[in-house]
Design a binder for this molecule. Structure first.
Ligand code: SAM
Length: 208
């Protein structure tokens, strides 16, 4: 397996890691137009660093759920085609709109990922859904948004156990969320995102 076109493993400012080409967003080091994609700030970067087949390519149309201020989705938009970025909190959305100014393929949407009917008229069918919402009901969000995925597309999901229930064993929480996701998706990959993101499970799935 290899990295997607547009993502390289290279030395930026003296440290080797993943990098994409684009305007810097979160104070990350840059060199010769490349910006480091920080694994400790991005669950997707952890998976790409492991060369997991995420389905991210230069041709992908992407729906990103839980875009926050644009840390990860900015790298996605550096690489991919049209990238729809859903975020429901107004404060990070203000930053995200600024991030999109330098990226004409990045479309911020101030919407609730639990209510896809509120953006279904805007979002075209996509090749990849990236979900990192960190709220209770992460499995239900993945199921509700499956309608946007083309056949053969992928879901890349970061499950945060503590967002479902701080008191439960994370492995039990992951099993419950995966049970929900499995109603609509075939699970292709699961693994913990430690040491970069504690009590998070990285998941790659395909629509049934
Ligand atoms: N994915 C981001 C990154 O790597 O740069 C970090 C995302 S942060 C862990 C989770 C984000 O999901 C927060 O900004 C939160 O406001 C957003 N969020 C939570 N529930 C949401 C929902 N139902 N709809 C849209 N955004 C949501």
């Amino acid at each position: 397996m290899t990295l997607p076109e547009g993502v390289e493993r290279r030395e930026v400012d003296g440290d080797e890691g993943l990098a994409t080409r684009g305007e810097p967003v979160y104070g990350e080091p840059t060199e010769d137009g490349w910006r480091r994609w920080d694994r400790s700030r991005s669950k997707l970067a952890v998976l790409l660093g492991r060369e997991v087949e995420t389905g991210l390519t230069a041709d992908s149309t992407v729906l990103y759920l839980g875009a926050a201020s644009g840390t990860t989705v900015s790298h996605v938009a550096d690489v991919a085609g049209p990238t729809y970025a859903v975020e429901f909190a107004p404060r990070p959305m203000r930053d995200l709109v600024g991030v999109a100014e330098a990226r004409p393929n990045l479309f911020p949407l101030l919407k609730d990922a639990r209510k896809p009917e509120h953006y279904a008229h805007v979002v075209e069918p996509v090749d990849l859904i990236v979900q990192d919402v960190a709220i209770r009901g992460q499995g239900e969000v993945a199921v509700a948004n499956k309608q946007f995925l083309r056949d053969g597309g992928r879901l890349v999901l970061a499950i945060k156990a503590r967002s479902e229930d701080v008191t439960r064993d994370p492995d039990e929480v992951f099993d419950d969320v995966l049970d929900t996701v499995e109603a609509e998706y075939e699970i292709r990959y699961t693994d913990g995102l430690e040491p970069f993101h504690e009590d998070h499970l990285g998941v790659v799935a395909e629509p049934k």
